[in-house]
Design a protein around this ligand. Structure first.
Ligand SMILES: *Cc1c(COP(=O)(O)O)cnc(C)c1O
Length: 414
């Protein structure tokens, strides 16, 4: 469909092309939003507003005006809810991603001697692996018995849906928790989230997702898919800046369940009585009851700048539509210009991939190719053992960026 159009023509016809001007894009080409999203030009202003409020209001900033810090986390709830396909009572911005995984596993991983296994991928992001392993140990179980790691078939790069579902069925009544990514960080594969959730529930297991590489990248429908819990970071596709505040989702059917074990803090208790400083915990009837501490307002201000740009784009729907055209264009140009000199291990089908490409150089030394890209100021990333990750992000990357990347890569690999 795009075979005859050039990058310049595609950019000219792109209704979201102007949003690129809203970002600082370092280097010759910035194609690494999968690792650290670009800085919105508006973000320093959002943060400066909070510095100004601090300077002029001091402690009264907690209680004053529409930006009152005591409620600041609620300013992003609707926007995050739209991005993950949930209600505002089901999402909260808080903490870091791995912290949130731990907090949610405390509630949702409730092993018994008969049902104690956690299923993750063999190639899970190390932090997720460590979190699962340490949760298992905390409950007095042994990861050697309780941690199931699922690997692709020999000679294959990505997990087959049938194999995931078969593994869930096979561990059946021993399976307490399935914890998988929405989008795999290395290969870029989109996991079959709805099918995994249904399969997990069918055997009586809880299903949690790590959406680090999914939020802001692909369309999500956590509530409708019945996912029990999820967590994400915001410094990748949500452009909140290094160490930006993460997020958590809990399905509505669980948010008021006071029988769930939970670590408590004062930010989880009823805000209308919180400052009476009583010690009877009165859980907020939303996922906010998982909050421990008052919100990191400066970090959240930066996140708000980016979320407002998602709104300006019309949400994830139009962005994903553009992303699909960019993926097709990138596929086509790689095939035409580089042929079989570069292999993309990301699945081919659009519904099985986000905007990230995981490229392997067919002959020779991928690491040296990556270093040459670095020297040319093409910002992308290298993941051991042998993959160059490149992500055209529809919010700020153009079709011309993709074309230029293909040309530079061709020059290096040649
Ligand atoms: C980026 C990423 C992390 C990083 O964890 P932090 O707690 O934000 O440092 C964890 N898991 C996955 C799958 C990631 O992609």
């Amino acid at each position: 469909m795009t075979a005859t159009l050039t990058a310049a023509e595609l950019d000219a016809a792109d209704p979201l092309g102007h949003l690129r001007n809203e970002f600082h894009l370092p280097g010759e080409l910035y194609l690494v939003g999968n690792s650290l999203g670009a800085l919105p030009k508006s973000a320093p202003g959002y943060v400066a507003t909070e510095f100004d409020r601090w300077a002029t209001l001091g402690v009264e900033g907690h209680f004053t005006g529409e930006l009152a810090w005591k409620d600041y986390h609620t300013l992003v709830s609707d926007q995050l809810a739209r991005l993950v396909g949930a209600g505002p009572d089901e999402v909260v911005a808080m903490n870091g991603l791995t912290v949130n995984l731990h907090l949610l596993m405390i509630s949702f991983y409730r092993p018994t001697p008969k049902r104690h296994k956690v299923l993750i991928e063999a190639h899970a992001f190390p932090s997720d692996h460590f979190a699962a392993e340490s949760q298992i140990r905390q409950r007095g179980f042994d990861p050697a018995d309780s941690l199931i790691t699922l690997a692709p078939r020999a000679g294959e790069e990505t997990l087959r849906t049938d194999d995931i579902l078969a593994a869930i069925a096979a561990h059946g009544t021993e399976l307490a928790l399935v914890m998988l990514p929405g989008v795999q960080y290395y290969t870029g594969q989109v996991m079959p989230m709805a099918a995994v959730t249904a399969a997990g529930h069918a055997v009586g297991a809880v299903v949690g997702l790590d959406l680090a590489h999914a939020i802001g990248n692909i369309e999500l429908n956590l509530h409708e898919w019945n996912v029990d819990f999820a967590a994400w970071c915001s410094y990748k596709y949500l452009n909140s800046g290094p160490g930006g505040v993460a997020g958590a989702y809990v399905h509505r059917r669980h948010v008021t369940d006071q029988s769930l074990p939970k670590l408590l803090g004062w930010w989880g208790t009823n805000p209308s009585t919180r400052f009476e400083m009583a010690t009877d915990f009165d859980a907020i009837s939303s996922v906010e009851s998982w909050q421990l501490s008052n919100a990191p307002v400066l970090a959240m201000a930066a996140l708000r700048a980016s979320l407002d740009l998602f709104d300006e784009a019309g949400g994830i729907g139009p962005l994903r539509a553009k992303s699909e055209r960019q993926i097709e264009f990138f596929d086509q140009r790689l095939a035409q210009v580089l042929g079989d000199r570069v292999i993309n291990i990301t699945p081919q089908a659009l519904e099985e991939r986000g905007c990230q490409f995981a490229l392997r150089v067919a002959a020779g030394d991928g690491k040296r190719v990556y270093e040459a890209l670095e020297a040319a100021r093409v910002l992308c990333d290298w993941r051991e053992p042998d993959v160059i990750r490149v992500a055209p992000v529809p919010l700020y990357n153009s079709f011309t960026d993709i074309e230029r990347f293909v040309q530079i890569l061709d020059g290096i690999v040649r």
